[in-house]
Design a protein around this ligand. Sequence first.
Ligand code: NDP
Ligand code: MG
Length: 381
Amino acid sequence: MINSISVLGSTGSIGTQTLDVARNLNIKVEALTGNTNIDLLESQAREFLPKMVAVKDEKIANILKERLLDVNIEVIGGIEGLKRAATLECVDVVVVSIVGIAGLIPTLEAIKSKKNIALANKETLVTAGSIVMEKAIEMGVNVIPIDSEHSAILQCLMGNNIKDVSKIILTASGGPFREKTMEELNNVSLKEALKHPNWNMGSKITIDSATLMNKGLEVIEAKWLFGLSQSQIDVLVHPQSIVHSMVEYKDGCVMAQMGSPDMRIPIQFALTYPERKGNDFSKLNLLKSGSLTFEIPDTKRFPCLRLAYQALEEGGTMPVVLNAANEEAVSLFMREKIKFIQIPNIIEEAMGMHTLIDKPCLEDIINVDIWAREFVKKSIN
Ligand code: NDP
Ligand code: MG
């Protein structure tokens, strides 16, 4: 059982739920980090009294420093602050719940400092899975997924041999537009896209769930976490979000992990792995959950899932382009500059214009990320 954690992205949906778990299990929180939400960061700092707080923006960091003068907490601004929070000596596990590729550098820094990682941020493995997993093996640290599907797969693999796996099946809720026709998708609003049927999450992942890009990113995430080939990773739409994912073994046995759709459950498991602890989170009642149904995802209406498989197949820097173009397209959609159905078109265009680098180093990944973002911005103006 761990004693202390750093929470990178503590003001977000996963970050606040991680603090809830830490509260319940009496885990010491030594570092908190945020980006814009200074009020929440201040109240978190006052409650958990960590060694340090990091804020991306230097100006906001200075304001927070002033506000926290009466308590003995160091406040550090910029990327340096994030790196410090990721590498604090007294910390056992670093929880990475920052959104987007911004999570990559702090995750690598934490691994280099021999910290075990509880990883919510899927963009890190999508863009640099090979580098991150190689470094984790070299440093002898665990990368434990928080994402509910990957937590489910990890649990279905426990006590089994990965060599006996024939395939894994990631489940997807299908998002708010699961039943919409192509014509209806043409006119969906931002407000509708932000209304997820089962989960209450940050805005970027909520839009990713509506386009099915979230599942696409998870397919790539699964490849790196479990060392599987693309043909071994299937996706099924399961609107009830009760079966969080499944593993099929070569003898035909299928293991499924089920539970209430509450992210605190996989967060807690990542922090107590491989042990389990009690809690008072809502328990699954199958008599009340109704029928469990499964269907094939429709990649005609939701091309983002097809694009993610294509990026995985092409490999190298293509998933970097997929991710960066998606982050930019989602940001444009959230500022109501483009329509929902333009998101996959923009990503496909960027992928089509990219000259692939087969075995990229970290610098290549950062440069390709910048290129893809610029490409999307230019193509919209
Ligand atoms: P949120 O948007 O709710 O939170 C994001 C966090 O990251 C906030 O603390 C935010 O700070 C901080 N942040 C944002 N941008 C930056 C940046 N450029 N540099 C440093 N910090 C930054 O996201 P979620 O909690 O929903 O998701 C976090 C990650 O977990 C994502 O990668 C998502 O895909 C993944 N995930 C989320 C799930 C969920 O249920 N929410 C489920 C599975 C995976 P501030 O708020 O102060 O601006
Ligand atoms: Mg998920």
